[in-house]
Design a protein around this ligand. Structure first.
Ligand code: ZN
Length: 206
């Protein structure tokens, strides 16, 4: 069985765990199969507890499937004295996993918006990043999801999202290019229409 098929089986397994159709013991067994396939013995002392640890790790890595990003942004504040300039949360660290290799994607996000009458608690912007990061992802899609959700829920004058991340599927395997990172962005509303607004955001990214 190829590693891709294993990954697919695992992601299906987690879906079925959430549906109550599959126990954590079943998922541990899937991890034991992978260890055996890699050439080691899952019953030796050093590996005995590894499948259970992996289940807990995967719960953490993929906690985003149990979160609704739109509802994170539901509480907003209207007493802002007419504030209508850019709000930027800079350098939000995130860890994700690529959907092609289940390899880590480690990076930072810059999330900006220009409000139209209401603002959201700033920690909620970081929580939206995490809700999408803690899923199987590609960076391009994750960038768009963050921006689209903020745009749809807050209905601001504009949203700008920039992600910079290192993809372990190309730094530690495959083409082995350790010093690369990928930059993606999605600009909506005034960030898309106004070169000055876009430039102001870009000047805040390091
Ligand atoms: Zn990958």
């Amino acid at each position: 069985m190829s590693s891709n098929v294993h990954a697919l089986e695992l992601s299906k397994a987690f879906k079925r765990v959430d549906d109550g159709l599959l126990s954590e013991a079943d998922v541990e067994e899937a991890f034991r199969t992978i260890i055996r396939w890699a050439g080691d013995n899952p019953e030796r002392p050093g590996l005995l507890d590894t499948p259970a640890r992996l289940v807990r790790s995967f719960r953490e890595f993929f906690a985003g499937y149990n979160q609704d990003p739109a509802s994170i942004l539901k509480t907003t504040f209207g007493e802002i004295e007419g504030y209508d300039e850019m709000i930027v949360l800079r350098g939000i660290g995130f860890e994700s996993h690529c959907e092609h290799h289940l390899a880590p994607i480690v990076g930072r996000a810059w999330v900006a918006y220009v409000p139209s009458g209401r603002v959201v608690g700033i920690s909620k912007l970081a929580r939206v990043v995490d809700a999408y990061a803690n899923r199987l992802q590609i960076q391009e899609k994750m960038t768009a999801q963050i921006a689209n959700t903020i745009d749809e829920v807050l209905k601001p004058q504009g949203v700008g999202v920039i992600l910079k991340a290192t993809h372990h599927c190309m730094t530690t395997r495959g083409v082995h290019k350790p010093d690369t990172d990928l930059v993606t962005s999605r600009m909506l509303g005034c960030f898309r229409d106004s070169p000055l607004t876009r430039q102001e955001l870009l000047s805040l990214v390091d």
